[in-house]
Design a protein around this ligand. Structure first.
Ligand code: OGA
Ligand code: ZN
Length: 380
């Protein structure tokens, strides 16, 4: 966001320059912070900082400072024979006093089984995303906020999902290949590659950072069964926090071991993580939930009973009607969701009654959010 608030007065103390703005807000800019952020020390094309803070002392100060004829804050430093010039709009935009006063607002919109009523809002036409940036922005916003979307009427040639995904960015490669083929095969290396039902789960919990988003492109789905299910894990966490605090606390605290020992690979993967993780500001970071890919629980013996009670309760909620949305994917649908938030599953299907083939892709959260920042011209 651009600011055009003007400066009312400028002063200093031992450690900082203080700006009072015409709207009566007050900003403090620490001297070393100012020197560290001097615009002349940013590489013009690499857009990276060239200045190293250890090349000045921690007591660096202005020899003099003023608002110059161009309206910039001009500082002549007492070290390093250097002057800095700051746009006042830039200072206002990056003012850490004001940033710290702002209340954190979560980007997430949580949902339960009433999402059925707003399915339209999360549905998009492939053609529109391909041709209009406005539509791409809306798609990314929905993916970020709701963690779920369905793109309709995509082409159904094999691998054609990649063209749609490349409107966002590159995919995240895994040992399952790109795309991974969700189809019933003999000697499967994953239960997804059978006709069995899959209980609600998040994919690849045995990675240090599991893929942020998953895209399932439906090429054909005319077999009996194979209904999809989704649950907003963050909504379940919110419910626990509000109503079952003890369960919530234990699921945040205890590490669970997730394992993979794929018979087609020469790798053994093992990661410990709680089922629920929050960010520093108390927002939801991720859930991991995958009964099939969980190793043995190794918590302290005196916590085992409490853990299993909480784990069962979490599992119950993740499979409950209250939180689950059910639907059937159609040929040409690209169903995508935040894999570190939304648990997904499917019912069993009858492979003798027709065909079912999805092609899957993964993408990191960074790609969704980074592209959205770019398209919305958000500056940091
Ligand atoms: C998967 C998966 C769901 C489906 O491949 O990870 O959960 O509908 N597939 O087949
Ligand atoms: Zn899955």
């Amino acid at each position: 966001m651009k600011h055009s608030t003007k400066i009312n007065s400028i002063s200093h103390n031992e450690s900082s320059i203080i700006i009072e703005w015409t709207d009566r807000e007050k900003s403090t800019f620490h001297y070393l912070w100012l020197r560290d952020n001097c615009p002349s020390d940013i590489h013009p094309t690499a857009r990276e900082r060239l200045f190293n803070i250890i090349t000045v002392s921690e007591n660096i100060k202005p020899k003099s400072y003023k608002i110059n004829d161009e309206g910039k804050l001009e500082i002549i430093w007492n070290e390093g024979d250097h002057s800095s010039y700051f746009e006042t709009n830039w200072l206002r935009q990056h003012c850490y006093t004001l940033k710290n006063k702002k209340k954190y607002i979560s980007p997430y919109k949580l949902w339960d089984n009433s999402l059925n009523n707003i399915f339209k809002e999360i549905s998009f036409e492939c053609e529109e995303i391909m041709s209009e940036d406005e539509c791409l922005i809306r798609w990314l916003e929905i993916l970020y906020q709701y963690g779920i979307s369905i793109v309709k009427n995509a082409p159904t040639e094999k691998k054609s999902g990649l063209k749609l995904l490349n409107r966002i960015s590159h995919i995240r490669e895994t040992f399952f290949g790109t795309p991974f083929e969700v189809i019933n095969i003999p000697e499967p290396n994953n239960t997804a590659y059978t006709a069995r039902g899959l209980e609600n789960h998040t994919d690849l919990p045995y990675f240090e950072i599991p893929p942020g988003y998953q895209f399932l492109h439906c090429l054909v789905n005319n077999a009996e069964g194979g209904m999809s299910s989704i649950v907003d894990g963050f909504k379940v966490v919110e419910y626990l926090e509000k109503n079952e605090k003890k369960t919530y606390e234990i699921l945040k605290k205890i590490d669970v071991n997730f394992i993979n020992n794929d018979y087609t690979q020469n790798t053994v993967r093992s990661i410990n993580s709680p089922l629920i993780s929050l960010t520093k500001n108390g927002d939801y970071k991720e859930i991991r939930f995958n009964i099939s890919q969980t190793g043995t629980i190794n918590c302290e013996p005196e916590l085992m009973e409490e853990f299993y009670k909480a784990y069962r309760r979490f599992a119950e909620l993740i499979h409950s009607k209250k939180f689950t949305v059910n639907f059937k994917l159609n040929k040409g649908d690209v169903f995508s969701f935040d894999n570190r938030r939304v648990a997904h599953g499917r019912t069993e299907y009858n492979p003798n009654s027709g065909h079912r083939h999805l092609q899957g892709y993964y993408m990191d959260r960074d790609e969704i959010i980074g592209r959205l920042n770019y398209l919305k011209k958000i500056e940091f």
